[in-house]
Design a protein around this ligand. Sequence first.
Ligand SMILES: *Cc1c(COP(=O)(O)O)cnc(C)c1O
Length: 388
Amino acid sequence: MPTYARADVAFERGEGPYLFDDKGKRYLDFMSGIAVNGLGHCHPRLVEALTAQARRIWHVSNVFRVPGQEKVARRLVENTFADTVFFTNSGVEAWECGAKLVRKYHDETGNPQRWRIITFNQAFHGRTMTAISAAKQEKLVKGFYPLVEGFDQVAFGNLNELRAAITDETAAICVEPVQGEGGVRSGDADFMRALRQVCDEFGLLLFLDEIQTGMGRTGKLFAHEWAGITPDVMCIAKGIGGGFPVGACLATEKAAVGMTAGTHGTTFGGNPLAMAVADAVLDVILEPGFLDRVDAVARRLRARLEALAAKHRSVLTEVRGMGLLLGLRIRDGIANTDVIAALRDAGLVTVGAGDNVIRLLPPLIIGDAEIEEGCAILDRVLSETRAS
Ligand SMILES: *Cc1c(COP(=O)(O)O)cnc(C)c1O
């Protein structure tokens, strides 16, 4: 179905931070399949893990123990707030597991009247009926009514609106620490801490969507660590598979109290192939020094982008984001999609976001050479960009 306005480019091969199309042209990849290929393309450790697993066993039903799941879950638990994990094939399934867990928690703990979740404007949680109903963005929901009930929306960053929206039926607050699709808008540390406080005050669960911000993207394993808080439930995906489809819903034992045998399930989620790759991704990201390096590289890239924004004021109005999830706000009157196409022609792959933003999501493995190369292309293309 033509649900994507696809660019007329076909990539055939990838190597680290580079992509090669079917005509042999080379591109620097500052998109990473939308924060998926965090370790670049065809990382040798990931290729080895996947192919070795492919020779052993691909799939068994989740009615059996899956040792790979037990291992990856243990590592996630050891390195996060979580006590328990449910594996999925995609981001939205991980989010949906979290949304179900929230309702089940309150039902199980004597408050079945608490079933509504507060979300934020410009949010994105995926494309199922429930996830679009939660995000409410016009472009997501148009033509798909009636929506799933139970989501109340407030302005991102507005604590007064948030408090006013809480009722006896509120069960949780769901938020992306940095809104990716919504335009690379960051909730600052004070906002994140305030959300935790409000949840504690009203007995709500804090449900974080770290599908895009997680797995090292911001220079910590998860973005909420920058605020020094922990959620009760969190969905992840994208970077955990490094390109293999896998997601997970993480929770505290307390929040997951109702998720007992028979309450939720998946045929493919957490299969041995996915778990072999996720385990290898964790090997690399959890290596001592890896995340500090991401943080340092991100700061250098950001400084270069700030300088480009100062130089190209007629095109760029702002640099946004955290770590290697960065946004360039394009001035009104110039379409971000036109600049993205020009960058791609010049050999730099990026992706759009809401609010006329160009999103930069380079692989976490880039170094100074890639920063120089990417910024040189940006400088050149921005110099040639005019309002039409
Ligand atoms: C990508 C994304 C999703 C949806 O993930 P899918 O794998 O496409 O279902 C949900 N939330 C956020 C924040 C995302 O970036």
